[in-house]
Design a protein. Structure first.
Length: 296
């Protein structure tokens, strides 16, 4: 079962978020009919986006849109994150989900090659109560996703953060997926930093630890070197939820304007709209399109 926990290490000097997202990533694989390469890529992306829902979204009405656009063959990748108390909701898509690349020399999936090294990570935080938005853009570091988000926290948030993401996948599906974020508080000293660095050198990959069925508490102890880590929140979940509807799609059609709607009516006499986030199809008859046109 997927889960997320938040913990403190070294007497509150270190914040940790650990997540298991195997079911989430498998759900995304099925929705978008992903290949092993794009499953690993989207799995990493949606895992860190989901964890950021717990670290960055403070009010249920707020949301974050995250975009990675590199020069690799998958093109643009987007994830929208909302929160409902202990549950984070995510929805995502990429331009080219059928991309499949050869394994790297070390036998690992070439996520960096799929994303590309030249491009940007864009994070838009929207506060609905104040109607204000924060937009942070950084150049991609490697396209491996974890390194790119680590760079974002260092430069845009001024938060020293360690991020690890991993997806173990084969042609049949997702075998293990998860991630962790370690955030160093201002009073974290050299002694604690050294212990964490040593622990991380010895720690297996996050996907290995998930596949070995280690608990998230055990993973937090392994990656920090602190056997006395304290759970501060548990039973948290990241779930895939699109939330599209024919009513929302209708509003999008209205927004394209009279000229374009008239063109569709005259040339096609109908419309089929496919949701980017869940691939659900919405069909509109000529009569329905004319009704929408009357509302423009």
């Amino acid at each position: 079962m997927d889960s997320v926990i938040k913990l403190l290490a070294y007497d509150g000097k270190v914040n940790i978020i650990c997540s298991k997202t195997t079911k989430l990533v498998e759900d995304v694989r099925k929705i978008h009919d992903l290949t092993p390469t794009t499953t690993a890529t989207m799995g990493r992306f949606i895992t860190i986006c989901g964890m950021m829902g717990f670290s960055e979204i403070k009010e249920n009405e707020d949301n974050i849109t995250m975009q990675i656009k590199g020069d690799g063959p998958i093109g643009n990748m987007v994830c929208v994150v909302t929160r409902d108390n202990n549950n984070v909701k995510v929805k995502s898509y990429m331009d080219n989900p059928i991309v499949e690349l050869p394994l790297k020399d070390n036998g690992k999936i070439d996520v960096g090659g799929a994303v590309g090294k030249n491009g940007y990570l864009n994070i838009i935080k929207k506060n609905n109560s104040s109607e204000r938005a924060y937009n942070g853009v950084i150049p991609l570091v490697s396209g491996e996703i974890a390194e790119d988000f680590t760079e974002y926290f260092a430069h845009s948030e001024q938060k020293p953060t360690v991020i690890a993401l991993g997806v173990l996948v084969n042609k049949e599906g997702t075998l293990a997926s998860g991630g962790y974020m370690i955030n160093l508080m201002p009073d974290c000293g050299e002694e604690e930093i050294s212990k964490i660095e040593e622990a991380l050198k010895k720690a297996p990959s996050i996907s290995t630890m998930i596949s070995e069925e280690k608990s998230l508490l055990e993973i937090a102890q392994i990656i920090t070197g602190d056997e006395n880590v304290k759970i501060i929140e548990e039973n948290l979940k990241i779930e895939y939820e699109c939330g599209c509807s024919k009513e929302k799609i209708s509003k999008s059609l209205i927004s394209i304007g009279k000229e374009e709607l008239n063109r569709i009516i005259e040339e096609d006499g109908k419309a089929e709209i496919i949701c980017h986030f869940c691939n659900k199809k919405y069909n509109f008859t000529k009569e329905e399109l004319k009704e929408l046109l009357s509302k423009v």
